[in-house]
Design a protein. Structure first.
Length: 131
C-alpha cells in the first residue's frame, strides 16, 4: 500500500461538516455547511455551502451604522420641513453627515451630491422667514 493521498478541499469540507447530536459543525469560516430542506422536503439553496453567508458578515460595522443614521435623519427631517424652519436646518446637517459618509465609504460622487444638497438646504433655511 502506497502513501495516503492528500485529501482534497472538497473531501476535507465534507469531513468537517458532519453534524453532532443534530447540531451543525461550523467550519473555521463560521459557515453552517449542512444541506437543509423546507417543510415540503425541497432543498433550500440559501443554505448551500457554496452560497452560504458567513455569520460574521451579518453584523453591521460602525461606518454602515453611521450611514444608516445619516440617511434616516435626512428622511425624517425632510418629512417635517413644513412644520418648522429648524427641520430645514436639521436636514442640511443630515445631508452634511450623508456627504461625510459618502466620502468615508469611498463613493465620492455620492458625497459630492450630498454636500451640494446640504448647501442648498442651508440656503433655504437662511432665506425662510422665521415663524
Amino acid at each position: 500500500m502506497g502513501p495516503a493521498r492528500p485529501a482534497t478541499d472538497q473531501t476535507a469540507r465534507r469531513q468537517r461538516s458532519v453534524t453532532r447530536a443534530g447540531r451543525p459543525t461550523l467550519d473555521h469560516d463560521g459557515l453552517d455547511h449542512r444541506a437543509r430542506r423546507d417543510d415540503k422536503g425541497r432543498y433550500c439553496p440559501f443554505d448551500d455551502p457554496a452560497t452560504a453567508v458567513p455569520r460574521r458578515h451579518l453584523t453591521m460595522d460602525s461606518l454602515t451604522a453611521f450611514g444608516l443614521f445619516a440617511v434616516t435623519a435626512m428622511l425624517v427631517c425632510y418629512a417635517f420641513e413644513d412644520r418648522s424652519r429648524w427641520f430645514i436646518l436639521a436636514f442640511a446637517g443630515a445631508c452634511a453627515l450623508g456627504s461625510l459618509y459618502g466620502f468615508l465609504q469611498g463613493a465620492w460622487p455620492f458625497g459630492l451630491v450630498e454636500g451640494i444638497w446640504s448647501a442648498v438646504a442651508g440656503r433655504r433655511w437662511w432665506l425662510k422667514e422665521p415663524g
